[in-house]
Write a new protein. Structure first.
Length: 406
């Protein structure tokens, strides 16, 4: 099997997916923005061939490099886990005649407005939404739906440039930042009150092979706008219990309607006074090294199983559901350089048996801003058989450990 992998080194997370393919004996070629000499030695050793493409989002440049790597035998698969490359990868599949995620499905998964319109038309509960190419269109949506509303780029990624807008004054400020136009369309959405989480899957030729459910504490927007919050991601091991039946049914319906096959998926959802609501879905694995957590929680090689699923081969080992896993981040009190921490010794004494991975920056380390996500600055990842215990310890770590900067 010859696989083309796009952007294998934009993050260390990507290396696991390359390893999963290589573990099956696949020949893995790759295209990425970095020169070959800058690839980590371990990654370079897994690649049969590599071509640097600084303009990796340029379709023509990407196609030229892909054709050069394809040779006479072509590719059996073209894969990526980077959100901005989901559509370019699908376009390459179409041009080169390679099976996998279609361009039509990739476009729906990138365009949040079109995605929600399509799914709403097929009976999936979504917040009211619309696309806008001008400030006037956003203002008209706000008047029709009422504040608060959510405004974000149509093809955005995660919570980057996502805003909760509570008034006309706030909206004017956000519109000045986003500058909506035909080339920079934004999505306007009804604000849905409630708990937020995500539903991830591995999808093979026939549909959902494995599924995982996780929770945000607090919501992404609240966490992204308040550095005093110690945000948590909690992976449940109770997904097969009745409380997740409705979520699992919705996730499978969305995947079937969109025609998602041979891919990882990442679906955001809300549950509140208006019931369960679909938020959006990505045709790629979750970021933030979330799949590392799935492997730990379930005693299996999640990357090898992904490679088996996307290549249409039978699973070797399913998830055990043995452990719940959590990730909690401790934000520095300001941007600058880390000066130190408090509470670490007590945290180690009380919770060392639960923490399986952590990062504690040394004094002098530059801080990273809040919009860089949940896995930067100071963080802990922990595991336990009891989901409630994982939540309890994450909350206590967030209360106990403090990070300081100047």
């Amino acid at each position: 099997m010859h696989v083309l992998f796009l952007a294998p080194d934009t993050h260390i997370y990507n290396h696991g997916f390359v390893r999963g393919l290589a573990s099956l004996g696949a020949r893995v070629s790759a295209i990425g923005p970095a020169p070959r000499e800058r690839l980590p030695q371990g990654l370079a050793a897994m690649l049969a061939e590599y071509r640097a493409c600084p303009r990796i989002l340029d379709d023509q440049a990407l196609l030229e490099h892909a054709r050069a790597l394809a040779g006479s035998g072509g590719f059996d698969r073209i894969e990526t886990i980077d959100e901005p490359l989901v559509e370019p990868a699908a376009r390459l599949r179409e041009v080169l005649g390679v099976p996998g995620l279609s361009l039509a499905t990739a476009r729906l998964c990138r365009d949040k407005v079109a995605m929600k319109e399509f799914l709403r038309g097929h009976g999936v509960a979504c917040a009211q939404s619309a696309g806008a190419s001008s400030a006037a269109e956003v203002q008209a949506f706000a008047e029709r739906v009422g504040f608060p509303i959510i405004v974000k780029p149509v093809a955005g990624f995660g919570t980057l440039d996502t805003y909760r807008v509570a008034s006309r004054t706030e909206l004017d400020v956000i519109l000045a930042k986003l500058k909506p136009s035909d080339a920079r369309r934004v999505a306007c959405e009804e604000f849905v009150e409630g708990h937020e989480g995500f539903f991830d899957t591995m999808v093979d030729d026939h549909g959902v092979r494995f599924e995982f459910a996780s929770h945000y504490y607090p919501s992404c927007l609240e966490a992204a706008n308040d550095r005093k919050v110690a945000p948590q991601i909690a992976v449940t091991n109770r997904i097969e219990q009745d409380g997740y039946r409705e979520l699992r049914a919705m996730g499978k319906k969305v995947i079937e309607l969109l025609g998602l096959k041979n891919t990882g998926t990442h679906m955001e959802w809300f549950f509140g006074p208006k019931g369960l609501k679909f938020s959006e879905i990505g045709a790629r694995p979750a970021g933030e090294r979330i799949w590392d957590m799935y492997g730990v929680a379930n005693d299996f090689d999640v990357y090898r199983e992904w490679a088996l699923a996307i290549s249409g081969r039978a699973s070797e080992r399913g998830p055990s559901r043995r452990l719940a896993v959590g990730s909690v981040q401790i934000r520095p009190d300001r941007d600058g350089k880390i000066t130190g921490h408090s509470g670490l010794e007590e945290a180690r004494r009380r919770f060392a048996s639960l923490v399986y991975e952590c990062e504690i920056p040394q004094p002098g380390t530059p801080t990273k801003p809040l919009d860089k996500g949940w896995l930067c600055n100071t963080w802990f990842r922990l595991r336990h058989e009891d989901y409630d215990r994982v939540r309890e310890v994450m909350t206590e770590l967030g209360r106990l450990v403090k990070s300081f900067a100047n």
